[in-house]
Ligand binder design. Sequence first.
Ligand code: URA
Length: 221
Amino acid sequence: MAHTLSTNKLIRSYFTQTREMFGDNLFVSIPQSESDDNPGLTLSEFEESISDCMNCDLWKDRTNFVFGVGNPQAKLVLVGEAPGKEEDLQGEPFVGRAGKLLDKILAAIDLTRDEVYICNILKSRPPENRTPHQDEIDACLPYLETQLKIINPKLIVALGATAAQTLLNVKTPLGKMRSQIWKWNDFNLIATYHPAALLRNSNWKRPTWEDFKWVRKILEK
Ligand code: URA
């Protein structure tokens, strides 16, 4: 009992001193394994911890927070731009027209969406599917970074200019970013056309097919 009393005294005097120095702010040091670099969380625990996010205004109009879908230990992660209308309604990325095409592209290299992991730069839908604003990207990107570090894939494929330019912090046109392996946080990354772009311009189908044949080769190595 005496020990408990003196321990309580010590704790009280520690907090009194801390309060004198720092006011009412409480400083807690987070062990490295729980920090963002090495979250120590499973993917679904991480999803649960952020799915009420209000870090930008997009939460106001969203139906669902679209975290990502697929194998949490996937070797291949595909990163798109942002959820569209269907994705917002269903809470899953790439389920609309572009998503159906993505499924076909994956099938052509013998993969299903359950074997890979699919996510976006933004987790909430921008109104009218407009291009993400920089403040929205800045708010959401740390989530993608943690998500990718938890999955730890062999290869990331950036689908379209927004994903590629955001992840690599460049303004290079997508056509010039293809056909090379980039490094993003020690991960290998390649950039190819967004499936929605292929629906608009079928000339990009052939180069995309070449890119995905290369993806298959990289995964087999
Ligand atoms: N386009 C994207 O970039 N992501 C989706 O989830 C759907 C369409």
